[in-house]
Design a protein around this ligand. Structure first.
Ligand code: GLN
Ligand code: ZN
Length: 757
C-alpha cells in the first residue's frame, strides 16, 4: 500500500545548479544541451532523494526550466501572437523573459507566496494544441530509474483563473476551448502505464470563489475523470481550506483529494464528506512553507483526529504544499548554531519526516524499528528543547510588548502636516527618491570582505561613506529636494535589519526560488525580537551631517520584515510582528533624537501577507495596521513619516492604507498612468502621495517630456499640495548611467510643471 506523498519538490538544485546553467545559457556561455543535461541530472537526483527517504508518491513534471504555469501554457499551445515566429526553447524563454522586440509575459505572485509565476495570455484567436512531450519525457526518464511517478499538472480551473485574456474579458469562458486539450492529455497519459496517478493542482479552490466558478468544477472533473479508468486523479489544493470545492469533488469520479491541514484547518469540516465518498485523502500535515522541524507527536495526534472520520487505509500522508517554497537541505549549513540547526528542517529533511510520520501513523510506535524509534526520540527531544530554550524566550520582550500603551502617534494628520510643512518648508511636488541608489560591485565586495573580517571596520566604513558622499553630491547637484543616503550598507532591506535584531537567524544556503532563475534567502525568526542597539542611526546622521537639505531616515516596516522572513511557528504571527514594531519604534525615537526630521518606513510586502480568504483578511489588516502604527508611535508630530509600497493595485486596500496614517506614501504607478491614483481621490484620501513618475524596472531613461506628461496626469487627479514626485521604487538594481540621466530628467520635468502652475 502506498502511504506517503510529496506534493512537489524544489528544482533549482541544492547548489542552485539550475540557476547557474540557465544564466550561463542566457549569457550565451553554454548551449541548451548543457541546460538539458543539468536539468536531467537534477531531476534524477531529486527522485533518488525521495526514493531513498521512502516516499511512495514521487512527482514528475514538478520540475520546470522556468515556471509551471508557463509550462502549462506551453503544453496547451497558448502562445501570445508576438512570439509566433519562435520555436522550442527560444520561444519558451522569450515568453518568460522577452526579446529585443517583444515584451515578456507578465509575472505575478503565486497566491500568498513569494514565488512568481508567468501569467498566461489568452486570445480568442488562439488555437490550442497539445504538446505533452515534457510530461511524457519526464515520466519515462523516472521510469528508467525504476520510479513510477505520479504526474503533476496544473488544473484547468486554476490555469484559467490565473490567466488573463487579451480582451480583458472573463478567462473562464475559455474552459470549453482548453478542456478538450486536457482530455487529450489524459488520453496520452493513460497509455504510459497500466495505472497512473495524476495530481491536478487546483489551488484556486482555496480562495473565495463565486458560484459561477464553483459551477465549473463538476463538469470539468467529470469530464477529466471519465477519460480513462486507469488514471487515478488526485485534485490538490493548498494554502487554505477548499471546502466549497471538496463538496463538489466528492461527487465526481476522481480518486483522491489533497488538502492542506496546516494553513487550511477548516478542511476538517470536509472530512465526513470525504469519508462517505470513500475517496483517498492526501493529508497535508508537513509544512511546505516553513523551515521548522515537524513536531511528530503533534502531527500524529492531528492524523489520529483525521482518522476518526476518514478510514486509515484511505489516508495518505503528505506535505501541505509543494516543497518549492522551502530551501533545499541543511547539509551545507556550517555556520548555524548547532542548537538552532537542530530545530530546522528544509525540503530534503522534510522527506524523512513524511516518511517517519507515515510509519508511526500506520504501524504505531510498536511497529517502528530501532532506527526509526531513535529518530522519533530525537524529534521529540529537539521539539522539547525548542519549547524551553532560553535563546527563544525573552521575558523582558514579552513583558514590554504585553504592556504597550501607546498604539499610535500624537496629533491628527491635519495638525501634523501643518506643523511639518512649516518646519520642513518643502515645495508642492517635492522631489525625492525611494531610498536605494545603485549597488556597485565595489559595495558588494566591501560588505562581503567586512563580513569575512578580510578588511577592517574603518576600511569598510570609508567605502560606505564615500559612496554616501557621492550619492549626496549627486542629489544636490541634480536638485533632489529630500535626500536619501542610498542604502550602500544594506544587502537586502529585510536581512539588514534581521542581522541586527536579536531573535533572528540566517542560513548560508537556504535559497528559495522566487522566479525563473532568481532565488531569495529569507532570514528566519526563531525567538523573541529585540534591538540590542540602534541599527541605522550612525549612517543616517553621518549622511545628514553632509548636507543642509533634509535627509530621510530609512527603515523597513514591521509587516514587511515579517512577510519576507520565515517566522517561528510557536507564536502567532501578529505577536511576532508586534515585537518587531516595538523594536522599530525605539529606532525611530533614536533617529528623531539625532535630529532626523523625515523617516520612511517601507512596507513593500504589506500586500503580500494578505490571506486568501475574506474572513481572515480583516484580521490581518487589523494587526498589520496596528503594528505599523506601533512602529511609528514614537514619532513626534513634527517628524514626517513616509511609507513606500511597491505595487499598483490599491483598490481593495485603500482604506487600510489610509488607516496606517503615514503622512506621505510613495507608490508604484508609472506603468499605469494615473489610473490607480484615482482610487485615492475616490475615497477622499487625505495624506500626501508620491506616485512613481517613471518605471525603474527597465534600463530605459525616461525623457523630460514623458515625465512632464506623467506629472500632469497625476495633477488631473490630486492637487499639487498633496503630491510628491519620485521614481516608482528604489534604484539599487539599476546602473548609475541609467539613474543619473533619469533623475536629472525627473527634476527638470518638475521645474517645468511648477513654472506652468
Ligand atoms: N527603500 C527601499 C529601496 O529603495 C525600498 C525597496 C522596495 O520597496 N522594495 O530599495
Ligand atoms: Zn518599492
Amino acid at each position: 500500500m502506498q502511504k506517503n506523498y510529496i506534493i512537489g519538490f524544489p528544482r533549482i538544485g541544492e547548489q542552485r545548479e539550475l540557476k547557474r546553467v540557465l544564466e550561463s545559457f542566457w549569457a550565451k556561455n553554454c548551449s541548451f544541451k548543457d541546460v538539458v543535461r543539468v536539468a536531467s541530472e537534477l531531476k534524477e537526483r531529486h527522485w533518488n532523494y525521495q526514493r531513498e527517504a521512502g516516499i511512495d508518491f514521487i512527482s514528475s513534471n514538478d520540475f520546470s526550466l522556468y515556471d509551471n504555469m508557463l509550462d502549462t501554457a506551453f503544453m496547451l499551445g497558448a502562445i501570445p501572437k508576438r512570439f509566433s515566429e519562435l520555436k522550442g526553447e527560444e520561444l519558451y524563454f522569450a515568453m518568460a523573459r522577452g526579446t529585443k522586440s517583444s515584451v515578456a509575459m507578465e509575472m505575478t505572485k503565486w497566491f500568498n507566496t513569494n514565488y512568481h509565476y508567468i501569467v498566461p495570455e489568452l486570445s480568442t484567436d488562439d488555437e490550442y494544441k497539445l504538446d505533452a512531450s515534457k510530461i511524457i519525457d519526464e515520466y519515462k526518464q523516472a521510469k528508467k530509474l525504476g520510479i513510477k511517478t505520479k504526474i503533476n499538472i496544473i488544473g484547468p480551473i486554476t490555469f484559467l483563473g490565473l490567466s488573463k485574456r487579451v480582451d480583458t474579458k472573463d478567462s473562464y469562458e475559455f474552459l470549453s476551448k482548453i478542456l478538450p486539450i486536457y482530455r487529450e492529455l489524459l488520453q496520452v497519459i493513460s497509455k504510459l502505464d497500466e495505472r497512473i496517478t495524476l495530481q491536478i493542482d487546483e489551488p484556486i479552490f482555496a480562495k473565495d470563489n463565486d458560484v459561477k466558478v464553483l459551477s465549473l468544477i463538476k463538469p470539468t472533473y467529470d469530464a477529466l475523470a471519465n477519460v480513462s479508468k486507469n488514471i487515478n486523479i488526485v485534485v490538490t489544493t493548498y494554502f487554505e481550506h477548499s471546502n466549497e470545492a471538496t463538496k463538489v469533488l466528492v461527487n465526481t469520479p476522481i480518486w483522491g483529494i489533497g488538502l492542506d491541514f496546516l494553513y487550511g484547518d477548516a478542511n476538517f469540516e470536509s472530512l465526513s464528506l470525504i469519508s462517505k465518498s470513500s475517496k483517498k485523502l492526501v493529508a497535508g500535515v508537513v509544512d511546505g512553507r516553513n523551515i521548522w522541524k515537524n513536531d511528530i507527536v503533534k502531527t500524529d495526534a492531528l492524523l489520529q483526529k483525521i482518522s476518526k472520520e476518514v478510514a486509515k487505509e484511505d489516508i495518505i500522508i503528505s506535505t501541505s504544499c509543494s516543497l518549492l517554497h522551502t530551501p533545499f537541505t541543511l547539509e551545507y549549513e556550517e555556520k548555524l548554531d548547532a542548537k538552532i540547526k537542530n530545530w530546522l528542517s528544509f525540503a530534503k529533511e522534510k522527506l524523512d519526516e513524511v516518511s517517519l510520520i507515515s510509519k508511526l501513523f500506520f504501524s504505531s510506535k510498536n511497529g517502528l524499528n530501532e532506527e526509526e524509534l531513535s529518530l522519533l526520540n530525537a524529534n521529540i527531544k529537539a521539539n522539547e528543547d525548542r519549547k524551553t530554550s532560553t535563546i527563544i524566550h525573552d521575558e523582558a520582550v514579552t513583558k514590554r510588548v504585553s504592556k504597550i500603551e501607546k498604539f499610535q502617534r500624537d496629533g491628527s494628520y491635519e495638525k501634523r502636516i501643518k506643523l511639518q510643512k512649516e518646519l520642513l518648508g518643502y515645495k508642492d511636488l517635492a522631489i525625492t527618491t525611494i531610498g536605494s541608489f545603485p549597488q556597485t560591485t565595489e559595495l558588494r565586495e566591501a560588505r562581503a570582505k567586512f563580513k569575512n573580517s578580510d578588511i577592517t571596520k574603518e576600511a569598510y566604513e570609508s567605502v560606505m561613506k564615500s559612496y554616501i558622499d557621492e550619492c549626496i553630491t549627486f542629489q544636490e547637484e541634480c536638485g533632489i529636494e529630500v535626500l536619501v543616503h542610498g542604502e550602500p550598507e544594506r544587502n537586502d532591506m529585510v536581512e539588514y535589519f534581521g542581522e541586527q535584531l536579536k531573535g533572528y537567524g540566517f542560513s548560508q544556503n537556504g535559497w528559495v526560488q522566487s522566479y525563473g532563475s532568481r532565488c531569495v534567502k529569507p532570514p528566519f525568526i526563531y525567538g523573541d525580537i529585540s534591538r540590542p542597539k540602534p541599527m541605522t542611526v550612525d549612517w543616517i546622521t553621518y549622511a545628514q551631517s553632509k548636507t543642509n537639505k533634509i535627509m530621510k531616515g530609512m527603515l523597513t516596516g514591521p509587516v514587511t520584515i515579517l512577510n519576507w522572513s520565515f517566522v517561528r511557528d510557536d507564536k502567532p504571527r501578529n505577536e511576532v510582528s508586534k515585537q518587531i514594531a516595538v523594536a522599530l519604534s525605539d529606532e525611530i525615537d533614536d533617529l528623531q533624537k539625532a535630529g532626523i526630521k523625515i523617516i520612511q518606513v517601507d512596507e513593500a510586502a504589506f500586500k503580500e501577507g494578505y490571506p486568501l480568504r475574506e474572513k481572515k483578511i480583516k484580521i490581518y489588516e487589523e494587526w498589520a495596521v496596528r503594528d505599523f502604527k506601533i512602529a511609528v508611535s514614537s514619532s513626534k508630530e513634527e517628524t514626517q513619516i513616509h511609507t513606500h509600497m511597491c505595487y499598483s493595485e490599491f483598490n481593495d486596500i485603500i482604506k487600510t492604507i489610509e488607516a496606517m496614517d503615514a503622512d506621505v506614501i510613495s507608490i508604484e504607478t508609472a506603468r499605469s498612468g494615473n489610473e490607480l491614483l484615482k482610487v485615492f481621490k475616490e475615497v477622499g484620501y487625505k495624506q500626501e502621495v508620491g506616485p512613481g513618475v517613471y518605471d525603474i524596472h527597465s534600463p530605459r531613461v525616461p525623457s523630460v517630456e514623458e515625465i512632464v506628461k506623467q506629472i500632469k496626469l497625476l495633477l488631473e487627479v490630486l492637487p499639487k499640495e498633496q503630491l510628491w514626485i519620485n521614481p516608482d521604487c528604489g534604484l539599487k538594481t539599476r546602473k548609475y548611467e541609467e539613474v543619473k540621466p533619469s533623475l536629472i530628467n525627473m527634476v527638470k520635468a518638475v521645474h517645468l510643471v511648477r513654472d506652468e502652475l
